[in-house]
Design a protein around this ligand. Structure first.
Ligand code: SF4
Ligand code: SF4
Length: 65
């Protein structure tokens, strides 16, 4: 259970990184923005329990894995 980033749509703007309450989003060694599937809990513990990263992305690059 985790979100993932479509690398074809992601512009590496980094806007999503600070929105994640679990710090699951980071920049990879090659500059790609990635979500750690072992850390992302799809924000089920948040209120409301909706992924915080999805509305933060202006490019609709964050999807269900
Ligand atoms: S769904 Fe929530 S926990 Fe997962 S990457 Fe997005 S903001 Fe972080
Ligand atoms: S907000 Fe969207 S476009 Fe920007 S780094 Fe995150 S996934 Fe990529």
């Amino acid at each position: 259970m985790a979100m993932k980033i479509d690398q074809d749509l992601c512009t590496q703007c980094s806007a999503c990184i600070d929105e994640c309450p679990h710090e699951a989003i980071s920049e990879d060694d090659d500059g790609s923005i990635v979500i750690d599937p072992n850390t992302c809990v799809e924000c089920i513990d948040q209120d409301p329990p909706e992924p915080r990263c999805v509305p933060a992305c202006a490019f609709d690059a964050i999807l269900k894995a």
